[in-house]
Write a new protein. Structure first.
Length: 99
């Protein structure tokens, strides 16, 4: 069948349950406060690769660098943060992977 679906919607499938709840007003969307860049708020211009205590919150246990949408950093500081984390990894201040 090549993964194609048949039916009146042609495989797009309208989600009736989710749309009905939104129209009835049973659930309100949660108010989520906009994340602020930690470095802009604290007025940190230079992100030093030697400061592992500052970098560790942006590297979770899987040792991946957190993206902007999760960490809340602005684009400028995200680029500086990535560079600092990569340099700290080169000097073994931060691990590449977790055990």
């Amino acid at each position: 069948m090549n993964g194609r679906r048949s039916g009146p919607t042609g495989g797009r499938g309208a989600r009736k349950g989710a749309d009905a709840k939104a129209k009835d007003g049973q659930r309100r969307p949660m108010f989520r406060r906009r994340k602020m860049c930690k470095f802009c708020v604290d007025k940190i211009d230079d992100i030093n690769y030697k400061d592992a205590k500052l970098l560790l919150p942006f590297v979770p246990e899987r040792s991946k660098i957190l993206p902007r949408r999760i960490s809340g950093t602005c684009a400028l500081h995200q680029r500086k943060l990535r560079t600092a984390i990569m340099r700290a990894r080169q000097l073994a201040l931060i691990p590449y992977t977790s055990d």
